[in-house]
Design a protein around this ligand. Sequence first.
Ligand code: ZN
Length: 297
Amino acid sequence: MTDDFIALNLDAGEHQTFPSIGRCIYCGASDVKLTDEHIVPLGLTGNALIFKRAVCGTCRDITHGYEARVLKRMYGNLRIQMGTPTRRPEERPAVLRHTFILLDEAMNPIEERVIERPWERSPVACPSWHGPEPGFLHGHPKATDIPGRQWAYTSPWIESFVDEVRAEIGHAGPLAYRVGDVLARDYLRFIAKVTHAYAIALFGFDAFEHWLVPLILCQDDAVSYLVGCHPDIAPAVPNGSAIKIDFGHPVEDLPVLVAQVRLFEFLGTPEHLVVVGAAPAQKLPRRLPLDAHGRPQ
Ligand SMILES: [Zn+2]
């Protein structure tokens, strides 16, 4: 699957901005006020990937809910450590809050304890989700359960951090570190939105059928039918991309566009497989991003 490929390394300042198509990329409305869309939210990768005048107010309101939960509850600490932008920098804390769960010897939870540390003395923790391939690819019926499990990257020194906290709070038994809340349905909807938005930016509105829109607009809860994961987790790519999206046709002559999507490959995260929609089984013509002066190429 390398019909079309993007990999943006934010440390290298790589970014793309796509011209408007004159309608909302989710609902298709063209007679409404449209605003710029961050294909990956500002709060996660800054202005790396922007689609000019691409979303209406109604769709923005719907998608904002789950995007905000993903950014805050999954990536809250990670965003502070990576220095990614926030719309409210004055609210960004100087210390990170880490949640620990005190366990008894039988590993039953006793209580939760929140410990604060300056961000530079905090381990990096990046939660994600690792599940099977999208049900569609295996002919499974649509279902609202989300098979899979939480996945997390943590700094190699997490154990010494846990030991330090155990001594500090004087707990003799085991102590568990909570990496972040993985909200699987919100997270997979968010991955669907990133993929759909980039597919429209790259190929245009009429190049494929928009199968992901009911998921993106919260009209359908069967997220794992179209959004899943690669079964194997590839190794981390040192100094790798923050955003990597690869479009293609997974089965030759199958007229369905599929994307492989990986965020933060430098942390060794799972790679998502997303069924984008019916499309001719051939390489689709590409739209080009704006040039460095903001002009169409
Ligand atoms: Zn809309």
